[in-house]
Each structure stands twice: as C-alpha cells, then as structure tokens.
Design a protein around this ligand. Structure first.
Ligand code: NAD
Length: 283
C-alpha cells in the first residue's frame, strides 16, 4: 500500500474494530504497512479475514477476529484471541459504526400532517429501537471496546486510542438525528477519555471524515449512471474544495495521530478531514 509518509510501528499491536469495512479495512492495511501486527475485529468474520488475508499477502501480519462491539463478552473473547496471537494491544482504533434507516426521517423539513402519511417516516414515527440501535452502535460500540482493550494500554509508553467521528458531530445533517447525536457523543467521549487517561500514558483522539464515496454510501451519493444525487449536489455545494474525499486522504491524519514522534502532545482532538465542509457557513 502506498503511504503518504512512513511511521515505524514495528513491535506494536493494533486492534481495529469494524476493520472488515471500507474505511477501517484501509486503516488496518496502513497500520500493517508501518509494521504493526493488526487484529481486525468485525461482526462479519469473513470480511475481517479477507482484510487480514490481503495484509498477509502483502507481507504484513494480521488476524481476523469475529467480535461484536456491543457485547462485552464477545470483546473479552476477542481480546483473549488477540493476546494469544500477538500479545497485548498498543493501539485501539474504534471504527465500527454507521447509520441505519431505522434512525432516519424521510424528509429534511417537517410539514403539518407528515405523521399521517403512510409513505414516509416523519420525526414522530421514528422507532425508539431504531434510534437506540444507531446510538448504541456508534457510542457504546466505542465505549465497550475501550473498556476491554484499554486495560492492555494502561501504563505503556506511546499507547493510542483513535475514535471515528463524523461531520454530523459538528453540525447535524438533516434526516439522521440518531447518527448525528451518536457521533457528537463519540467526539465528546473522545475528549472525556483523553482527560481520564491522561495520567496513564494513553493519548485519545478522533478523526472526523467528511464525505467519501465508499461502497456503503455510493447509492446515496451517486445515481446508477454516475451522476450526483440531489443530496450529493448539496454536500458538494457546502464543501469549499468542491469534491468528495478519496478514502486514502484519511491515512495521513491516521498516521500522524498514531505516531508518538509526531503527535506526542496531541490529546483530545477531533480532526476533520473534509475539504473544508465543517469550516464553511454556507455564505
Ligand atoms: P462500513 O460499513 O464499510 O464499515 C463498518 C464495519 O463495521 C463493517 O465491516 C461492519 O460489519 C462492522 N460492524 C457493524 N456493526 C458491528 C458490530 N456490532 N460489531 C463489530 N463490527 C461491526 O463503513 P465505513 O464507511 O467504512 O465506516 C467506518 C467508520 O467511519 C464508521 O464509524 C462510520 O460511521 C465512519 N464514517 C464514515 C464516513 C463515510 O463517508 N464512509 C464518514 C464519516 C464517518
């Protein structure tokens, strides 16, 4: 894999939750390219294994581990597997997360009577279970792996926790209140953890990706003929750089935050990688 710059992670063990997915699979490969032994945790074991296989084919060291970030028991079991295979963890990347239609309204703006229309989900129709699912996946799904794996990190030199937030954390996007609230909680929790662990050698930061066309959101952002959807047009009109990000453009920030040489005094920050989206008022 081509990296923007090299950092030395030889001898380090990295745990990447959601590592079977698009962005975190790429993060796992970048960490492995720098010499880390990488444990890829995902609910979808076959996806985790596929990323581990790619890393191994490239000369790196990795294992795929089946784990549910919403189950402490499953995470404890995963930790045993990681510790047996590689030893204790030095880097925890909390990447598992995402939105779900059950936490999403159909329309951007409420209009009187929307709750009576059968073909749409109004704010009043949102299912509390759907909202909880999205909130828990992103927030508890960051907190529980931290409870389990941070025990390995305590007292080590150069230990790092990296969370994955989102643009929604700075200002909520329309239609997705559960995901927006959950990612705001992830950013807030990043600051809380950074303070809480500041005396025991763990730095805690987050990356907030802007808009990247990946397999999971391609249908939302692009029409089948490759043209932009109306939501995409809006996103790009609010992105000063006028384009989507390429997933590889997140790697520089990942490596910077993970590197103790580069970021030893950087703690509790959430770095947007967004082409200026979060900085733009729209005027
Ligand atoms: P993705 O769907 O490709 O990856 C998410 C991975 O998490 C999947 O492999 C999935 O199997 C796994 N997962 C889901 N529930 C899990 C659970 N309970 N336990 C363990 N693993 C579970 O999505 P992605 O786009 O690569 O997103 C990765 C992270 O980046 C997420 O936190 C997402 O919210 C965040 N993010 C993505 C974007 C984007 O534009 N794609 C923007 C901002 C933030």
């Amino acid at each position: 894999m081509k990296l923007p710059f090299d950092i030395d992670l030889k001898g380090k063990v990295a745990v990447v939750t959601g590592g079977g997915g698009v962005l975190c699979g790429m993060f796992a490969k970048a960490l492995a390219s720098c010499g880390a032994k990488v444990a890829i945790l995902d609910l979808r074991k076959e996806a985790a294994d596929a990323v581990a296989d790619e890393i191994k084919a490239d000369g790196g060291t990795a294992i795929g581990v089946c784990a549910n970030v919403l189950s402490r028991e499953s995470l404890e079991e995963a930790k045993k597997q990681v510790n047996n295979a590689f030893g204790t963890c030095d880097i925890l990347l909390n990447g598992a997360g995402g939105n779900n239609p059950r936490g999403t309204t159909t329309k951007e703006y409420y209009e009187i009577g929307d709750e009576d229309k059968e073909d749409l989900v109004s704010f009043f129709d949102l299912d509390p279970d759907g909202v909880s699912f999205v909130f828990n996946l992103n927030f508890l799904g960051t907190l529980l792996p931290t409870q389990v794996f941070a025990k390995d990190l305590i007292g080590k030199k150069d230990a790092v926790i990296l969370n994955v937030s989102s643009m929604n954390a700075f200002c909520p996007l329309t239609k997705i209140p559960a995901y927006s609230g959950a990612k705001a909680a992830v950013s807030n929790f990043t600051q809380w953890l950074a303070v809480h662990f500041s005396k025991v050698g763990i730095r805690v930061n987050a990356i907030a990706p802007g808009f990247f066309v990946t397999d999971q959101n391609r249908a939302l952002l692009k029409n089948p003929d490759g043209s932009l959807t109306p939501r995409s047009e809006k996103i790009l009109s609010q992105t000063p750089m006028g384009r989507f990000g390429e997933a590889e453009e997140l790697i520089g920030t990942l490596l910077f935050l993970v590197s103790d040489e580069a970021a030893s005094f950087v703690n509790g920050v959430v770095i947007p990688v967004d082409g200026g989206f979060a900085a733009y008022s729209g005027v």
